[in-house]
Design a protein around this ligand. Sequence first.
Ligand code: DAH
Length: 346
Amino acid sequence: MDPQEIIAQLRALTDGFERQLSGLESEQSIREHQAAFLSKKGSLAQLQALLGKLPQESRKEVGAAFNEAKQRIASQAHDALTALAKQAEAAYLQQYTDLSLPGRRPTIGHMHPLSIVLYDIVDVFVSMGFDVALGPEIETDLYNFEKLNFPADHPARDMQDTLFIEEGKTLLRTHTSPVQVRTMLQRPLPIQVVAPGAVYRRDDDPTHSPMFFQVEGLLVDKGVHFGHLKGVLDAFLHQVFGADVTTRFRPSFFPFTEPSAEADIQCIVCRGKGCRLCSQTGWIEILGCGMVDPNVLAGVGIDPEVYTGFAFGLGVDRIAMLRYEGITSIKLFYENDPRFLGCFAR
Ligand code: DAH
């Protein structure tokens, strides 16, 4: 047989394939049509059987023509199937797409309620000129107790209250006050910082969590007195709890301040009449504070005859519970239930 004759037949076959393909409308018929041409017993294979009878020198040309023909058929079938799928999808979309439906909003994360309150607290002090200082949560006994003037037999040093890593040496800080010591050792005077962060105690009940958050404050300069302390904290309490809230300072004791005080606000629920929130006292305790003890200043190399300072420490969880009334257990802040946390998206 003449090689040109085979090539002409091949062309006739592929042209025929193409013509018939355009009339097919189902996936199955397209696949069957393709198989009729390309399968082992298909029309191309039958023609290809003649290849062996050709003289050696023309086999290459005819073989290449077969390859090209197979590729053309395969790619035309593929294009036809793709077009069919697109058509089906468009028909589906037209039938089932309801453009009047509201869009689906992607869920976006938001701040944790404790972070919201913590940032708000820090912002109030930053607006009064305080800088932010941070310290490690794994702390030394030296900074957590010793340098803060805790006597050796102070109950807070007991294993009952403190989570020690190595007793007498390293521990999970029980308060943010060691950041006071670190800051005084590191920064030049005058110092005016707030130190927010997590603290740890062996405590676990509806109003106590073994980990909770505090914000510490420290201001050291020449001529600082108790009036400054009262002014700053009074302004803070009014910022957080409202301009009309009544505040009071009560004498108290902390090893690292002298004199020491606790600041209360009049109960925001009963306005002083007495209720469950304030345990019938009419007042709610918010923070501890005082003038930095001269021993603490001297312990970090600051001359207490020249410099004085005040300090304060407050619990973020407690303020958050007051701000979001109805939170009855501190545990809710730490369970990370999205139904609870979702209430604080803003
Ligand atoms: N560190 C105290 C606590 O955890 C809170 C505190 C009280 C901090 C008085 C102070 C302060 O800086 O002056 O209970």
